[in-house]
Design a protein. Structure first.
Length: 583
Protein backbone atom coordinates (compact mmCIF):
# COMPACT_ATOMS: atom_id res chain seq x y z
CA UNK A 1 0.00 0.00 0.00
CA UNK A 2 1.12 3.51 -0.81
CA UNK A 3 2.40 5.21 2.29
CA UNK A 4 1.00 8.60 1.29
CA UNK A 5 -2.18 9.72 3.01
CA UNK A 6 -5.56 9.48 1.38
CA UNK A 7 -8.77 11.39 1.80
CA UNK A 8 -9.91 8.76 4.28
CA UNK A 9 -6.88 9.22 6.49
CA UNK A 10 -7.38 11.41 9.57
CA UNK A 11 -5.72 14.83 9.35
CA UNK A 12 -3.39 15.59 12.27
CA UNK A 13 -3.79 19.18 13.55
CA UNK A 14 -0.74 21.44 13.66
CA UNK A 15 0.76 21.78 17.13
CA UNK A 16 -0.25 25.03 18.90
CA UNK A 17 2.26 27.82 18.63
CA UNK A 18 4.24 28.67 21.72
CA UNK A 19 2.92 31.88 23.39
CA UNK A 20 6.30 33.56 22.97
CA UNK A 21 6.13 32.92 19.20
CA UNK A 22 2.78 34.70 18.83
CA UNK A 23 2.51 38.39 17.99
CA UNK A 24 1.61 40.74 20.82
CA UNK A 25 -1.77 41.46 19.23
CA UNK A 26 -2.64 37.73 19.36
CA UNK A 27 -1.63 37.53 23.03
CA UNK A 28 -3.90 40.50 23.80
CA UNK A 29 -6.73 39.24 21.64
CA UNK A 30 -10.03 39.91 23.39
CA UNK A 31 -13.40 38.45 22.54
CA UNK A 32 -16.10 40.82 21.23
CA UNK A 33 -18.17 40.17 24.34
CA UNK A 34 -15.25 41.09 26.62
CA UNK A 35 -14.53 44.21 24.55
CA UNK A 36 -18.10 45.39 24.89
CA UNK A 37 -18.06 44.75 28.63
CA UNK A 38 -14.75 46.59 29.13
CA UNK A 39 -15.82 49.57 27.05
CA UNK A 40 -19.11 49.74 28.93
CA UNK A 41 -17.25 49.65 32.28
CA UNK A 42 -14.86 52.41 31.15
CA UNK A 43 -17.67 54.62 29.85
CA UNK A 44 -19.68 54.10 33.02
CA UNK A 45 -16.67 54.77 35.28
CA UNK A 46 -15.80 57.97 33.39
CA UNK A 47 -19.15 59.66 33.89
CA UNK A 48 -19.06 62.18 36.78
CA UNK A 49 -21.81 60.76 38.99
CA UNK A 50 -22.57 61.71 42.64
CA UNK A 51 -21.30 58.34 43.89
CA UNK A 52 -17.99 58.97 42.10
CA UNK A 53 -17.43 62.21 44.02
CA UNK A 54 -18.53 60.63 47.30
CA UNK A 55 -15.89 57.95 46.86
CA UNK A 56 -13.35 60.64 46.01
CA UNK A 57 -14.13 62.55 49.19
CA UNK A 58 -13.85 59.36 51.24
CA UNK A 59 -10.55 58.52 49.56
CA UNK A 60 -9.24 62.05 50.09
CA UNK A 61 -10.19 61.99 53.78
CA UNK A 62 -8.59 58.60 54.36
CA UNK A 63 -5.42 59.68 52.55
CA UNK A 64 -5.18 63.00 54.41
CA UNK A 65 -5.67 61.42 57.83
CA UNK A 66 -3.21 58.65 56.96
CA UNK A 67 -0.61 61.19 55.88
CA UNK A 68 -1.09 63.30 59.02
CA UNK A 69 -0.91 60.19 61.22
CA UNK A 70 2.10 58.88 59.26
CA UNK A 71 0.28 55.57 58.72
CA UNK A 72 1.24 53.72 55.54
CA UNK A 73 -1.62 51.22 56.05
CA UNK A 74 -4.24 53.99 56.07
CA UNK A 75 -2.69 55.58 52.96
CA UNK A 76 -2.93 52.22 51.16
CA UNK A 77 -6.60 52.08 52.11
CA UNK A 78 -7.12 55.43 50.38
CA UNK A 79 -5.56 54.04 47.19
CA UNK A 80 -7.99 51.13 47.19
CA UNK A 81 -11.05 53.35 47.63
CA UNK A 82 -10.03 55.93 45.03
CA UNK A 83 -11.89 55.74 41.65
CA UNK A 84 -9.42 58.08 39.88
CA UNK A 85 -7.99 55.38 37.62
CA UNK A 86 -11.25 54.74 35.74
CA UNK A 87 -11.38 58.23 34.11
CA UNK A 88 -7.72 57.84 33.06
CA UNK A 89 -8.69 54.69 31.14
CA UNK A 90 -11.63 56.68 29.74
CA UNK A 91 -9.33 59.48 28.46
CA UNK A 92 -6.97 56.91 26.94
CA UNK A 93 -9.80 55.08 25.14
CA UNK A 94 -11.43 58.34 24.02
CA UNK A 95 -8.18 59.69 22.53
CA UNK A 96 -7.54 56.38 20.78
CA UNK A 97 -11.03 56.20 19.24
CA UNK A 98 -11.59 59.92 18.75
CA UNK A 99 -14.67 59.78 21.00
CA UNK A 100 -15.21 63.42 22.04
CA UNK A 101 -18.20 62.67 24.26
CA UNK A 102 -16.30 60.09 26.30
CA UNK A 103 -13.28 62.40 26.39
CA UNK A 104 -15.36 65.25 27.80
CA UNK A 105 -16.90 63.08 30.51
CA UNK A 106 -13.55 61.52 31.48
CA UNK A 107 -11.68 64.86 31.61
CA UNK A 108 -14.40 66.42 33.77
CA UNK A 109 -14.40 63.40 36.08
CA UNK A 110 -10.62 63.23 36.38
CA UNK A 111 -9.70 66.88 36.85
CA UNK A 112 -12.89 67.69 38.71
CA UNK A 113 -11.87 64.96 41.12
CA UNK A 114 -8.33 66.35 41.28
CA UNK A 115 -9.61 69.78 42.32
CA UNK A 116 -12.03 68.21 44.81
CA UNK A 117 -9.32 66.16 46.52
CA UNK A 118 -6.85 69.06 46.71
CA UNK A 119 -9.52 71.43 48.05
CA UNK A 120 -10.73 68.93 50.65
CA UNK A 121 -7.14 68.30 51.80
CA UNK A 122 -6.55 72.06 52.11
CA UNK A 123 -9.56 72.33 54.42
CA UNK A 124 -8.34 69.40 56.55
CA UNK A 125 -4.85 70.92 56.67
CA UNK A 126 -6.24 74.15 58.13
CA UNK A 127 -7.93 72.33 61.04
CA UNK A 128 -6.21 72.33 64.48
CA UNK A 129 -5.24 68.64 64.46
CA UNK A 130 -2.95 69.08 61.42
CA UNK A 131 0.09 69.89 63.53
CA UNK A 132 3.23 68.74 61.74
CA UNK A 133 4.74 67.37 58.55
CA UNK A 134 5.21 63.57 58.55
CA UNK A 135 7.61 61.28 56.64
CA UNK A 136 4.65 59.90 54.65
CA UNK A 137 4.02 63.42 53.34
CA UNK A 138 7.69 64.17 52.66
CA UNK A 139 8.04 60.95 50.66
CA UNK A 140 5.57 62.34 48.08
CA UNK A 141 7.03 65.82 47.65
CA UNK A 142 10.24 64.88 45.81
CA UNK A 143 9.43 62.59 42.87
CA UNK A 144 12.10 61.38 40.46
CA UNK A 145 12.35 59.44 37.21
CA UNK A 146 12.06 56.22 39.21
CA UNK A 147 8.48 57.16 40.12
CA UNK A 148 7.69 57.53 36.41
CA UNK A 149 9.04 54.03 35.76
CA UNK A 150 6.88 52.63 38.56
CA UNK A 151 3.80 54.39 37.16
CA UNK A 152 4.53 53.01 33.68
CA UNK A 153 4.71 49.45 34.96
CA UNK A 154 1.60 49.97 37.07
CA UNK A 155 -0.26 51.32 34.03
CA UNK A 156 0.84 48.28 32.04
CA UNK A 157 -0.41 45.95 34.76
CA UNK A 158 -3.65 47.89 35.10
CA UNK A 159 -4.37 47.86 31.39
CA UNK A 160 -3.69 44.13 31.08
CA UNK A 161 -5.82 43.38 34.14
CA UNK A 162 -8.65 45.43 32.68
CA UNK A 163 -8.79 43.83 29.22
CA UNK A 164 -8.21 40.26 30.39
CA UNK A 165 -10.97 38.94 32.61
CA UNK A 166 -8.63 36.27 33.99
CA UNK A 167 -6.33 38.88 35.54
CA UNK A 168 -9.02 41.33 36.64
CA UNK A 169 -8.64 40.34 40.34
CA UNK A 170 -5.18 41.95 40.20
CA UNK A 171 -6.73 45.43 39.92
CA UNK A 172 -6.59 46.12 43.71
CA UNK A 173 -2.84 45.53 43.63
CA UNK A 174 -2.56 47.90 40.68
CA UNK A 175 -4.52 50.51 42.63
CA UNK A 176 -1.95 50.27 45.43
CA UNK A 177 0.97 50.59 43.01
CA UNK A 178 -0.46 53.67 41.27
CA UNK A 179 -0.25 56.48 43.77
CA UNK A 180 -2.99 58.90 42.68
CA UNK A 181 -4.97 60.15 45.66
CA UNK A 182 -2.13 60.39 48.25
CA UNK A 183 -0.03 62.83 46.15
CA UNK A 184 -3.08 65.04 45.62
CA UNK A 185 -3.87 64.94 49.35
CA UNK A 186 -0.24 65.80 50.07
CA UNK A 187 -0.52 68.70 47.62
CA UNK A 188 -3.55 70.08 49.47
CA UNK A 189 -1.95 69.65 52.91
CA UNK A 190 1.24 71.34 51.67
CA UNK A 191 -0.79 74.30 50.42
CA UNK A 192 -2.46 74.53 53.83
CA UNK A 193 0.96 74.52 55.51
CA UNK A 194 2.27 77.16 53.08
CA UNK A 195 4.80 74.72 51.58
CA UNK A 196 4.37 75.59 47.91
CA UNK A 197 7.48 73.72 46.73
CA UNK A 198 6.20 70.59 48.42
CA UNK A 199 2.76 71.10 46.87
CA UNK A 200 4.30 71.36 43.41
CA UNK A 201 6.36 68.21 43.95
CA UNK A 202 3.33 66.22 45.11
CA UNK A 203 1.22 67.39 42.15
CA UNK A 204 4.09 66.55 39.79
CA UNK A 205 4.09 63.00 41.17
CA UNK A 206 0.37 62.65 40.46
CA UNK A 207 0.71 64.17 36.98
CA UNK A 208 3.57 61.81 36.13
CA UNK A 209 1.48 58.83 37.22
CA UNK A 210 -1.50 60.14 35.24
CA UNK A 211 0.45 60.58 31.99
CA UNK A 212 2.29 57.26 32.30
CA UNK A 213 -0.94 55.31 32.88
CA UNK A 214 -2.61 57.22 30.05
CA UNK A 215 0.14 56.41 27.52
CA UNK A 216 0.46 52.73 28.45
CA UNK A 217 -3.27 52.04 28.63
CA UNK A 218 -3.85 53.75 25.24
CA UNK A 219 -1.20 51.48 23.72
CA UNK A 220 -2.85 48.39 25.20
CA UNK A 221 -6.30 49.41 23.90
CA UNK A 222 -4.92 49.85 20.38
CA UNK A 223 -2.92 46.61 20.38
CA UNK A 224 -5.78 44.60 21.92
CA UNK A 225 -8.18 45.66 19.17
CA UNK A 226 -10.41 48.01 21.13
CA UNK A 227 -9.90 50.61 18.40
CA UNK A 228 -10.69 49.98 14.73
CA UNK A 229 -8.54 51.39 11.95
CA UNK A 230 -11.32 53.76 11.02
CA UNK A 231 -11.47 55.08 14.58
CA UNK A 232 -7.73 55.58 14.62
CA UNK A 233 -7.99 57.82 11.56
CA UNK A 234 -4.98 59.12 9.73
CA UNK A 235 -1.57 59.38 11.33
CA UNK A 236 -1.96 63.15 11.47
CA UNK A 237 -5.29 62.90 13.28
CA UNK A 238 -3.85 60.38 15.72
CA UNK A 239 -0.81 62.56 16.49
CA UNK A 240 -3.01 65.61 17.00
CA UNK A 241 -5.14 63.80 19.55
CA UNK A 242 -2.15 62.62 21.55
CA UNK A 243 0.14 65.63 21.02
CA UNK A 244 -0.75 67.35 24.31
CA UNK A 245 -0.32 64.15 26.32
CA UNK A 246 2.95 63.32 24.54
CA UNK A 247 4.43 66.77 25.09
CA UNK A 248 3.36 66.67 28.73
CA UNK A 249 4.93 63.24 29.21
CA UNK A 250 8.23 64.39 27.68
CA UNK A 251 8.24 67.53 29.83
CA UNK A 252 7.52 65.56 32.99
CA UNK A 253 10.19 63.00 32.10
CA UNK A 254 12.73 65.81 31.65
CA UNK A 255 11.80 67.38 35.02
CA UNK A 256 11.93 64.04 36.82
CA UNK A 257 15.25 63.19 35.19
CA UNK A 258 16.67 66.41 36.60
CA UNK A 259 15.15 65.51 39.96
CA UNK A 260 16.82 62.09 39.80
CA UNK A 261 20.18 63.72 39.14
CA UNK A 262 19.61 65.99 42.13
CA UNK A 263 18.65 63.02 44.30
CA UNK A 264 21.76 61.07 43.26
CA UNK A 265 23.97 64.11 43.92
CA UNK A 266 22.29 64.58 47.30
CA UNK A 267 22.82 60.91 48.14
CA UNK A 268 26.51 61.15 47.26
CA UNK A 269 26.86 64.27 49.38
CA UNK A 270 25.14 62.55 52.30
CA UNK A 271 27.39 59.49 51.99
CA UNK A 272 30.51 61.65 51.86
CA UNK A 273 29.46 63.58 54.97
CA UNK A 274 28.51 60.47 56.93
CA UNK A 275 31.61 58.47 55.98
CA UNK A 276 33.97 61.36 56.71
CA UNK A 277 32.46 62.00 60.15
CA UNK A 278 32.47 58.28 61.00
CA UNK A 279 36.12 58.06 59.96
CA UNK A 280 36.95 60.99 62.24
CA UNK A 281 35.10 59.31 65.12
CA UNK A 282 36.73 55.91 64.60
CA UNK A 283 39.54 56.59 67.11
CA UNK A 284 37.25 58.13 69.73
CA UNK A 285 36.02 55.37 72.08
CA UNK A 286 32.26 55.37 72.56
CA UNK A 287 31.59 58.08 69.96
CA UNK A 288 28.98 57.15 67.37
CA UNK A 289 27.22 59.19 64.68
CA UNK A 290 23.46 59.16 65.29
CA UNK A 291 21.99 61.53 62.68
CA UNK A 292 23.01 63.99 59.99
CA UNK A 293 20.87 66.76 58.50
CA UNK A 294 22.07 69.46 56.16
CA UNK A 295 20.96 72.12 53.73
CA UNK A 296 22.60 74.34 51.14
CA UNK A 297 22.37 78.09 51.33
CA UNK A 298 22.31 80.52 48.44
CA UNK A 299 26.09 80.82 48.31
CA UNK A 300 26.56 77.10 47.72
CA UNK A 301 27.89 76.35 51.22
CA UNK A 302 26.52 73.30 53.00
CA UNK A 303 25.35 73.67 56.61
CA UNK A 304 25.67 70.32 58.40
CA UNK A 305 24.20 69.42 61.80
CA UNK A 306 25.64 66.12 63.09
CA UNK A 307 24.20 64.52 66.22
CA UNK A 308 26.85 62.35 67.89
CA UNK A 309 26.40 60.02 70.85
CA UNK A 310 29.62 60.43 72.79
CA UNK A 311 30.89 60.08 76.38
CA UNK A 312 32.51 63.53 76.14
CA UNK A 313 32.04 66.80 74.28
CA UNK A 314 34.23 67.65 71.32
CA UNK A 315 36.56 70.62 71.31
CA UNK A 316 36.19 73.33 68.65
CA UNK A 317 39.52 72.17 67.19
CA UNK A 318 38.17 68.63 66.72
CA UNK A 319 35.02 69.98 65.03
CA UNK A 320 37.15 72.21 62.80
CA UNK A 321 39.25 69.21 61.74
CA UNK A 322 36.10 67.24 60.83
CA UNK A 323 34.71 70.25 58.97
CA UNK A 324 37.88 70.59 56.90
CA UNK A 325 37.92 66.84 56.14
CA UNK A 326 34.33 67.01 54.83
CA UNK A 327 35.12 70.11 52.75
CA UNK A 328 38.13 68.38 51.18
CA UNK A 329 36.02 65.30 50.39
CA UNK A 330 33.03 67.04 48.75
CA UNK A 331 34.90 70.08 47.38
CA UNK A 332 32.39 72.51 48.88
CA UNK A 333 32.33 75.02 51.69
CA UNK A 334 31.10 73.28 54.84
CA UNK A 335 29.73 74.73 58.07
CA UNK A 336 29.70 71.87 60.57
CA UNK A 337 27.79 71.91 63.87
CA UNK A 338 28.16 68.90 66.18
CA UNK A 339 25.41 68.26 68.73
CA UNK A 340 26.97 66.08 71.44
CA UNK A 341 24.53 63.73 73.14
CA UNK A 342 26.43 62.50 76.20
CA UNK A 343 26.13 58.72 76.41
CA UNK A 344 28.48 56.05 77.70
CA UNK A 345 28.20 52.29 77.18
CA UNK A 346 29.69 50.62 80.27
CA UNK A 347 30.24 46.93 80.92
CA UNK A 348 31.50 45.31 84.12
CA UNK A 349 35.07 45.48 82.83
CA UNK A 350 34.84 49.09 81.64
CA UNK A 351 33.63 50.84 78.53
CA UNK A 352 31.82 48.87 75.83
CA UNK A 353 31.19 49.52 72.18
CA UNK A 354 27.77 48.23 71.15
CA UNK A 355 25.71 49.35 68.21
CA UNK A 356 22.12 50.19 69.24
CA UNK A 357 20.74 47.27 67.25
CA UNK A 358 20.67 43.48 67.08
CA UNK A 359 21.23 41.06 64.22
CA UNK A 360 18.72 38.58 62.79
CA UNK A 361 19.73 36.07 65.47
CA UNK A 362 18.77 38.52 68.20
CA UNK A 363 22.38 39.15 69.26
CA UNK A 364 23.93 42.53 70.06
CA UNK A 365 26.12 43.84 67.28
CA UNK A 366 29.54 44.96 68.47
CA UNK A 367 30.89 47.92 66.58
CA UNK A 368 34.20 47.57 64.79
CA UNK A 369 36.90 49.45 66.65
CA UNK A 370 40.36 50.63 65.67
CA UNK A 371 43.65 49.72 67.31
CA UNK A 372 43.60 53.02 69.22
CA UNK A 373 40.16 52.27 70.66
CA UNK A 374 41.24 48.76 71.68
CA UNK A 375 44.29 50.24 73.40
CA UNK A 376 42.16 52.79 75.25
CA UNK A 377 39.67 50.13 76.37
CA UNK A 378 42.45 47.83 77.60
CA UNK A 379 43.99 50.69 79.61
CA UNK A 380 40.60 51.61 81.10
CA UNK A 381 39.90 48.02 82.08
CA UNK A 382 43.28 47.81 83.83
CA UNK A 383 42.67 51.04 85.73
CA UNK A 384 39.18 49.98 86.79
CA UNK A 385 40.55 46.69 88.13
CA UNK A 386 43.09 48.60 90.23
CA UNK A 387 40.63 51.22 91.46
CA UNK A 388 38.05 48.59 92.42
CA UNK A 389 40.37 47.17 95.12
CA UNK A 390 40.85 50.29 97.25
CA UNK A 391 37.79 52.40 96.35
CA UNK A 392 39.90 55.49 97.22
CA UNK A 393 39.39 56.99 93.78
CA UNK A 394 36.63 57.23 91.22
CA UNK A 395 37.80 56.72 87.65
CA UNK A 396 36.21 59.12 85.19
CA UNK A 397 37.38 59.47 81.62
CA UNK A 398 40.21 57.63 79.87
CA UNK A 399 41.66 58.96 76.62
CA UNK A 400 44.56 58.08 74.36
CA UNK A 401 46.96 60.74 73.08
CA UNK A 402 49.81 60.06 70.66
CA UNK A 403 52.97 62.10 71.25
CA UNK A 404 56.41 61.77 69.63
CA UNK A 405 57.56 59.86 72.72
CA UNK A 406 54.79 57.29 72.33
CA UNK A 407 51.25 56.63 73.49
CA UNK A 408 50.01 58.55 76.54
CA UNK A 409 47.00 57.28 78.51
CA UNK A 410 45.26 60.27 80.13
CA UNK A 411 43.08 59.11 83.04
CA UNK A 412 40.82 61.46 84.99
CA UNK A 413 40.27 60.44 88.62
CA UNK A 414 38.61 62.10 91.58
CA UNK A 415 38.95 61.48 95.30
CA UNK A 416 39.68 62.99 98.68
CA UNK A 417 43.39 63.04 97.78
CA UNK A 418 45.39 62.67 94.57
CA UNK A 419 47.21 59.41 93.86
CA UNK A 420 50.88 59.22 94.76
CA UNK A 421 53.60 58.50 92.16
CA UNK A 422 54.02 54.94 93.42
CA UNK A 423 50.37 54.18 92.66
CA UNK A 424 50.67 55.73 89.20
CA UNK A 425 53.86 53.72 88.57
CA UNK A 426 52.12 50.46 89.47
CA UNK A 427 49.17 51.23 87.18
CA UNK A 428 51.52 52.23 84.35
CA UNK A 429 53.46 48.97 84.65
CA UNK A 430 50.28 46.92 84.47
CA UNK A 431 49.01 48.91 81.45
CA UNK A 432 52.33 48.38 79.64
CA UNK A 433 52.19 44.65 80.36
CA UNK A 434 48.63 44.35 79.06
CA UNK A 435 49.25 46.43 75.95
CA UNK A 436 52.65 44.92 75.24
CA UNK A 437 53.99 48.43 74.76
CA UNK A 438 56.90 49.40 77.06
CA UNK A 439 56.72 53.03 75.89
CA UNK A 440 53.13 53.67 77.00
CA UNK A 441 52.89 56.43 79.60
CA UNK A 442 50.13 56.97 82.16
CA UNK A 443 49.17 60.55 82.97
CA UNK A 444 46.67 60.93 85.83
CA UNK A 445 44.58 64.10 85.91
CA UNK A 446 43.36 64.20 89.52
CA UNK A 447 40.48 66.19 90.95
CA UNK A 448 40.37 66.53 94.73
CA UNK A 449 36.92 66.24 96.30
CA UNK A 450 35.74 66.88 99.86
CA UNK A 451 32.98 64.85 101.50
CA UNK A 452 31.17 66.89 104.15
CA UNK A 453 28.28 65.90 106.39
CA UNK A 454 26.46 67.80 109.12
CA UNK A 455 29.18 66.60 111.49
CA UNK A 456 31.94 68.08 109.35
CA UNK A 457 34.46 66.91 106.77
CA UNK A 458 34.69 63.14 106.49
CA UNK A 459 38.20 62.17 107.62
CA UNK A 460 37.45 58.51 108.36
CA UNK A 461 34.57 56.95 106.49
CA UNK A 462 34.19 54.24 109.13
CA UNK A 463 33.61 56.88 111.78
CA UNK A 464 30.43 58.12 110.11
CA UNK A 465 29.08 55.21 108.09
CA UNK A 466 30.27 51.97 109.74
CA UNK A 467 27.71 50.18 111.99
CA UNK A 468 28.28 50.56 115.75
CA UNK A 469 26.49 49.58 118.90
CA UNK A 470 24.98 52.22 121.15
CA UNK A 471 27.82 51.71 123.61
CA UNK A 472 30.42 52.20 120.88
CA UNK A 473 28.61 55.32 119.65
CA UNK A 474 28.71 56.73 123.16
CA UNK A 475 32.45 56.07 123.42
CA UNK A 476 32.96 57.62 119.98
CA UNK A 477 31.14 60.82 120.96
CA UNK A 478 33.12 61.09 124.19
CA UNK A 479 36.49 60.46 122.48
CA UNK A 480 35.78 63.02 119.72
CA UNK A 481 34.59 65.66 122.20
CA UNK A 482 37.57 65.08 124.54
CA UNK A 483 40.05 65.11 121.66
CA UNK A 484 38.63 68.38 120.31
CA UNK A 485 38.73 70.01 123.74
CA UNK A 486 42.30 68.86 124.53
CA UNK A 487 43.68 70.06 121.19
CA UNK A 488 41.97 73.43 121.40
CA UNK A 489 43.56 74.06 124.84
CA UNK A 490 46.65 74.99 122.87
CA UNK A 491 46.95 78.69 122.10
CA UNK A 492 45.47 79.77 118.75
CA UNK A 493 44.55 76.19 117.78
CA UNK A 494 41.21 75.21 116.23
CA UNK A 495 39.81 71.77 115.35
CA UNK A 496 37.73 71.95 112.17
CA UNK A 497 36.84 68.24 111.98
CA UNK A 498 37.52 65.15 114.07
CA UNK A 499 36.57 61.51 113.47
CA UNK A 500 36.99 58.46 115.71
CA UNK A 501 36.60 54.97 114.20
CA UNK A 502 36.56 51.64 116.06
CA UNK A 503 39.12 49.17 114.75
CA UNK A 504 40.40 45.71 115.66
CA UNK A 505 43.27 47.10 117.76
CA UNK A 506 41.43 50.02 119.33
CA UNK A 507 40.28 53.45 118.20
CA UNK A 508 41.75 55.47 115.35
CA UNK A 509 41.27 59.22 115.73
CA UNK A 510 41.98 61.73 112.97
CA UNK A 511 41.65 65.50 113.44
CA UNK A 512 41.94 68.40 111.00
CA UNK A 513 43.56 71.26 112.90
CA UNK A 514 44.39 74.88 112.07
CA UNK A 515 46.99 76.36 114.41
CA UNK A 516 49.18 79.44 114.53
CA UNK A 517 52.16 77.19 115.36
CA UNK A 518 52.98 73.62 114.32
CA UNK A 519 51.90 70.95 116.79
CA UNK A 520 54.68 68.92 118.35
CA UNK A 521 54.67 65.10 118.53
CA UNK A 522 54.87 65.32 122.32
CA UNK A 523 51.59 67.23 122.45
CA UNK A 524 49.90 64.67 120.15
CA UNK A 525 51.29 61.86 122.31
CA UNK A 526 49.88 63.44 125.48
CA UNK A 527 46.41 63.88 123.97
CA UNK A 528 46.56 60.31 122.63
CA UNK A 529 47.17 58.95 126.17
CA UNK A 530 44.26 60.94 127.56
CA UNK A 531 41.96 59.61 124.85
CA UNK A 532 43.11 56.02 125.52
CA UNK A 533 42.13 56.48 129.15
CA UNK A 534 38.68 57.69 128.13
CA UNK A 535 38.14 54.85 125.60
CA UNK A 536 39.64 52.15 127.77
CA UNK A 537 41.48 50.76 124.72
CA UNK A 538 44.54 51.87 122.70
CA UNK A 539 44.04 55.01 120.61
CA UNK A 540 46.04 56.19 117.58
CA UNK A 541 45.79 59.95 116.98
CA UNK A 542 46.80 61.70 113.74
CA UNK A 543 46.57 65.46 113.34
CA UNK A 544 46.25 66.77 109.79
CA UNK A 545 47.30 70.34 109.06
CA UNK A 546 46.01 72.30 106.03
CA UNK A 547 49.54 72.30 104.59
CA UNK A 548 49.46 68.52 104.27
CA UNK A 549 51.62 67.97 107.36
CA UNK A 550 50.64 65.06 109.62
CA UNK A 551 51.73 65.04 113.28
CA UNK A 552 51.71 61.82 115.31
CA UNK A 553 53.29 60.92 118.64
CA UNK A 554 56.28 59.48 116.75
CA UNK A 555 57.02 62.59 114.69
CA UNK A 556 56.16 64.49 111.52
CA UNK A 557 55.20 63.20 108.08
CA UNK A 558 53.15 64.31 105.06
CA UNK A 559 49.99 63.00 103.45
CA UNK A 560 51.88 61.80 100.41
CA UNK A 561 54.63 60.12 102.47
CA UNK A 562 52.14 58.33 104.68
CA UNK A 563 50.22 57.07 101.62
CA UNK A 564 53.43 55.86 99.99
CA UNK A 565 54.48 54.02 103.17
CA UNK A 566 51.06 52.37 103.48
CA UNK A 567 51.11 51.48 99.78
CA UNK A 568 54.59 49.93 100.11
CA UNK A 569 53.48 47.85 103.09
CA UNK A 570 50.46 46.68 101.12
CA UNK A 571 52.56 45.63 98.13
CA UNK A 572 54.94 43.80 100.42
CA UNK A 573 52.04 41.96 102.04
CA UNK A 574 50.67 40.99 98.64
CA UNK A 575 54.10 39.74 97.63
CA UNK A 576 54.38 37.61 100.78
CA UNK A 577 50.91 36.17 100.12
CA UNK A 578 51.94 35.25 96.57
CA UNK A 579 55.06 33.49 97.86
CA UNK A 580 53.04 31.56 100.42
CA UNK A 581 50.54 30.49 97.75
CA UNK A 582 53.37 29.17 95.54
CA UNK A 583 54.70 27.13 98.45
Amino acid sequence: MDSTSTAADPVRPDPPAHPLDQPLAMLLAVSPLRKAQVIDDIVHGSIPRPLYYVLLLASAGIAAFGLLANSAAVVIGAMLVSPLMAPIFGIALALSRGDLRLLRHAVVSEFGGVLLIIGFAVVLGLLPFALEVTPEMLARTKPSLLDLFVATLAGLAGGLALVDERTSPALPGVAIATSLTPPLATCGLSLAFGAFDGAWGAFLLFFANFLAILAVSATIFIVAGFVTRAELGTRTDFLKRFSAAGIGLLAVAAILTHQLVVVIDDWRLNQAIVQTIEKALADDPGARLARVVYDQDGSGAVNVLATVNTPRSFSPLAVKAMQQAIADEVQRDINLFVRCAITHDVAAAGSANLLPTVDLNGHFIASRVTANVRMTEAAEQTLRELVSHGQAFELGDVQLVHLPTGAVIVATVSGARPPVPAQVRLAEDKIRARLGDPTATLLVRATTTSDITAKGRVLLGEAQFAPMTEAERAVQREVEARGKADLERLADTFVDSIDAAKGERGWEVRAEVVSAQPLQPAVVGRVEKELAAVAGTPVTLSVLAPTGLIVTRTGFTTVQRSIEDAFARRLAALGNEAVEQKR
